[in-house]
Design a protein around this ligand. Structure first.
Ligand SMILES: [Zn+2]
Length: 67
């Protein structure tokens, strides 16, 4: 058991839509459901901000280049 074992065990990461931090879904401090999707947050404070106006944060996730 070495440090490489930790890296091999890839955690599933999600992006906190409020602060844009990577959040390990298994350790997320808070989650929220919106339009059938689950969002993960680094802290309850981020969830509260998201819950107040989810579309504000989801809208900012649009890629710069439209496919
Ligand atoms: Zn956050």
């Amino acid at each position: 058991m070495g440090i490489l074992d930790i890296f091999r065990k890839k955690p599933e990461l999600a992006k906190d839509p409020v602060c844009h931090m990577s959040v390990d879904v298994a350790k997320a401090r808070a989650t929220s459901q919106f339009e059938g999707e689950t969002f993960y947050f680094c802290a309850p404070g981020c969830k509260h901000m998201f819950d107040e106006d989810p579309s504000k944060y989801i809208g900012s996730e649009k890629p710069a280049v439209e496919m």
